[in-house]
Design a protein around this ligand. Sequence first.
Ligand code: ZN
Ligand code: ZN
Length: 337
Amino acid sequence: MAGVGLCHTDLAVAHGHLPFPFPSVVGHEGSGTVVAVGEGVTKVAPGDRVAASFNSCGACPECLAGSPVYCVRFMELNFSGVGGAGTTPLHDGAADVGGNFFGQSSFATHALAHEINVVKVPDGIPLELVGPLGCGIQTGAGAVLNSLNCPAGSSLLVTGGGSVGLSAVMAAARGLATIIVVEPVAARRRLALELGATHAVDPAAGDVAEQVRAIIPAGVKYAVDTTAAAPVITAVLASLAQQGRFGMVGVPADPTATLSVNLIEMQARGLSFTGIVEGDSNPDVFIPELIDMYKKGAFPFDRIITTMPFKEINEAVEAQARGEVIKVVLVHGSGIG
Ligand SMILES: [Zn+2]
Ligand SMILES: [Zn+2]
């Protein structure tokens, strides 16, 4: 492994919010160089630079239709802690250790990934930075470019200026007319404006929907919510224009969380609410597209990344929790590669 991003989902496992066997190795935004391949693997060869993304079966109707994020075996293949044979690839002496997290478990010097969830990385981009393209960054960018497919000239509201929200902003900056970010941390609002947001709203400055309608009285056509917090979602729905589309990418801390909406209002205003996993990304297609955009200077995702030595993983978790960094990538050795 050259680098591995630190993602909210790793911490959700550590905090017991997601079912995963302990002890375990998590980490699911890894990048590195192929050391060896198993029998029958043709996609990559030793020496290839790769990014790893989520795992999928490749054989169910969703996978065959090009939507591997909705693979019917997604939970089992990413969150069961075991590999395809039903056994964990990782052990501590004789004891089993949960592995195969997102088909990679990449908080490690070496990871065992699958042919289906590695993507070859071209030259011209630092290898250690590309892991988050396989999760947090493709989630935000894909919500705009794939899931909602926001047309040029349109309007977008993004709630939360973390790595997913700012990735949505960078993707939207390629043509949307109005991009409004709602974020309580001033430094993140400033960065959002630098990355292409047209407006940054402080939720502490007043009612969010009123602030949005002061900018765009008819409301926004599209919204990407990264918070999964019911009061924020309610404010976003109130900020939508007629026929507005709401994309939900945030993962609630409480797995039993529900939302109450006014059905007549949803219907009369023609609103739609879409759940989105991983930005509806097909990593084999979308990661090369994001790298291409980066190389053209149109998707500067490195600006939201801070690299830290892998051995400082606990400090990285604390820095991210304090809001001092947006996306940490933990690197081995000297890092640049
Ligand atoms: Zn599948
Ligand atoms: Zn993630």
